[in-house]
Design a protein around this ligand. Sequence first.
Ligand code: F6R
Length: 250
Amino acid sequence: MQVEILENAQQVGEYAADRILRGVASGKITTLGVATGSSPLSIYESLESKWIPQLIDLHVFALDEYVGLQPEHPSSYHAVIQREVTDRLKLKPANVCVPQGNGPDLAAACARFEAAIAAAGGVDLQILGIGRNGHIGFNEPTSSFSSRTRVKTLTPATRADNSRFFEKDEQVPTRCITQGLGTIMESKEILLVAHGASKAKAIALAVEGPVSGMCPASVLQFHARTTLVIDREAARNLTLLDYYDSINAG
Ligand code: F6R
């Protein structure tokens, strides 16, 4: 794994956005996997401010969606992706695919989502955040490394972390549809972004810990083209900090 350590969230966003824009401009990135939550917001802001016309034709796949929320609900990931990604980057709505978490047949929605990724030729670059418990997408600890898009139950810790996006704690859904770890691992390239001390433990386990279902992000150690773009606070538990700094300085 490549580890880029920057000073703050804004720098993290700009670094990731520049990398994405280079790929889009050269035609290497035509499908982008997007995350929700706070971590990638600085990427979307930076992409908006450095907008290039080639972004219009980008195909976008979300990582996950809550089960049971209408797409119009402001905290649904349909709504978040529309606000933060589709509108800001002037994408074509028909090219934006989010799992359908409110339909009668969730298994069929998961299968449709996997088929849509396959039909687009796979995800060229996947943006990831990381949960404090090491989840990526909503693959909570003990998720199977070969899992595909499926329904998962959120841990109490994740529901508590995400309660800030809802008026009342009890409104946070208990289940979601998430890309599986196997699905995410098929992305051609991965950029995981994180900032803040609350992510330091998960980052250290993901990069330097044993590969373990207890830290789902540690599976990325098996991915050939993964870059972590993190700030100093998120990096502070890394044992080989001086090594990563020396690589990036050289
Ligand atoms: C979001 C997602 C999650 C978040 C993670 C971190 O689509 O899949 O894995 O990336 O929970 O969330 P933030 O960035 O809000 O700390």
